[in-house]
Design a binder for this molecule. Structure first.
Ligand code: SF4
Length: 113
C-alpha cells in the first residue's frame, strides 16, 4: 500500500492520529513515516527546521518531506534522544550541545539561563 494510503487507513481508526500511524508504519513495517512526538517537535522548532507556530500534525508532513526516506528512522530516534538528554523542555543544555553553533535558539536560551 502506498505510504499516504496506509496513513489514511490507520488514521481512519478512532483514536489513531498522525503520530500513532507513523509509529506503526515506521517501527512495525519499516516504512519511512516520521513520528513527531513532543521531543521531535520541540527540537525541530528550536533548531529552526520548522516554524515556531507549526503544530505537531503539520510537523509530520514538513519534517518527513525534508528527511530522506532511509534517514527517517535514525532521525526520529536521534531527535528523541537529543530531546531527552540535551535539549530538554525546561533546561536545555545548550553549552554542552554539539549543535550550539548551528542552532538559532542557542543564543537566546543561553542568555536566559
Ligand atoms: S543548542 Fe540548545 S536549543 Fe539548540 S538544539 Fe542544542 S540544546 Fe537544543
Amino acid at each position: 500500500m502506498p505510504l499516504k494510503e496506509a496513513k489514511s487507513y490507520l488514521e481512519s481508526i478512532e483514536g489513531v492520529g498522525p503520530k500513532t500511524a507513523a509509529c506503526v508504519l515506521m517501527f512495525c513495517y519499516n516504512r519511512p513515516a516520521l513520528p513527531v512526538d513532543t521531543h521531535v517537535h520541540r527540537v525541530a522548532k528550536r533548531l529552526g527546521l520548522i516554524p515556531q507556530q507549526c503544530g505537531a500534525n503539520a510537523a509530520h508532513e514538513a519534517l518527513e518531506h525534508m528527511c530522506p526516506p532511509k534517514l527517517v528512522y535514525p532521525f526520529h530516534v536521534l531527535m528523541v534522544e537529543h530531546g531527552r538528554k540535551t535539549c530538554n523542555a525546561r533546561n536545555p543544555r545548550c553549552e554542552e550541545c554539539a549543535l550550539t553553533d548551528l542552532c538559532p535558539s542557542a543564543p537566546q536560551l543561553i542568555e536566559g539561563t
